[in-house]
Design a binder for this molecule. Structure first.
Ligand code: B1M
Length: 226
């Protein structure tokens, strides 16, 4: 499939997610990479726009869980390929620090968290992605085991939001909080909420997560290197 990277290409990617067309999506992603698409742009302008529309329709009761799940599977296939390319783009960089990242207990959304993990890795962080539905003890054990400089928590759901506070509280009780920065993110997470629960920062998207962590860990990059 020979293609040009333009608005039409990103629209086709979005539409493949909306239509639940896995084969089409994978072909478009691979053809895009061959034609030199920026993988993060393909996630944000293409696949992300498609899943955003699907999410809106689901919220409005226009489509139901099976259609949402089908679109999510297509999105996952596409982002898995792009995430690998994003990670590989930072393979030869020096390590800026270790980050444990996961989606909180009660939440199984993993696409956005995985994109953030890939972009952090591409920007020189050693990322330990511990997955989804992660409880307090598992977060703390992973931070200890890997001697992490930062902990990242993600959620897309409103209901389990307070799990993030529980993790931070336990870090305080066990004396871990002073040495480990905490960044939170996901669509229901606001700056006010992050302040309220005592997180160090909120990341509004993957690139923002890099900028916020750089700030917290004192990383100075040469111009154009972030
Ligand atoms: Co769900 N879901 N879902 N879902 N789903 C939402 C979140 C929802 C808003 C849809 C809607 O109603 N409009 C709604 C939440 C409502 C709420 O709580 N306020 C919802 C619901 C209700 C549910 C279920 C409860 C549905 C049900 O069962 N009845 C259920 C939850 C099950 C559970 O977790 N216990 C559910 C299930 C699912 C699927 C499994 C079908 C699937 C997920 C598949 C997967 O992840 N493997 C799914 C999907 C795909 C979505 C939507 C449509 C898209 C999410 C996504 O992947 N976005 C979503 C609606 C939406 O967001 N528009 C929706 C693309 C991704 C690249 O973006 O994840 O936002 P995002 O990540 C961004 C930023 O948020 C940020 O950077 C990322 C990259 O730019 N970010 C961070 C994220 N984490 C970060 C961490 C950081 C920093 C930045 O630092 C650590």
């Amino acid at each position: 499939m020979a293609i040009e990277i333009n608005d039409e290409y990103f629209e086709k990617l979005a539409q493949a997610v909306i239509d639940g067309e896995e084969e089409e999506c994978v072909e478009l992603v691979n053809a895009g990479l061959e034609a030199g698409v920026d993988p993060l742009e393909a996630v944000e302008k293409g696949l992300g726009r498609g899943i955003g529309k699907v999410g809106e329709d689901f919220g409005a009761g226009i489509i139901f869980l099976p259609e949402l799940a089908m679109a999510a599977d297509v999105m996952k296939q596409g982002t898995a390929i792009l995430d690998e390319r994003i990670k590989a783009s930072g393979a030869d960089r020096l390590s800026h620090g270790k980050v444990v990242i996961g989606t909180i207990k009660g939440d199984i959304h993993d696409i956005g968290k995985s994109v953030v993990a890939a972009v952090l890795q591409a920007n020189g962080y050693d990322v330990i992605d511990i997955g989804i539905d992660i409880d307090v003890d598992t977060f703390l054990d992973a931070v200890k085991e890997h001697d992490a400089d930062a902990l990242g928590m993600s959620t897309l759901l409103t209901l389990p939001l307070m799990e993030m506070e529980k993790v931070i509280q336990r870090m305080q009780e066990t004396g871990m909080r002073d040495n480990v920065k905490v960044i939170v993110g996901g669509c229901p997470v606001t700056q006010e909420f992050a302040d309220e629960i005592g997180a160090d920062a909120v990341g509004f998207d993957a690139q923002d997560a890099v900028l916020k962590l750089d700030g917290l860990l004192g990383i100075n990059r040469p111009c154009g290197d972030a």
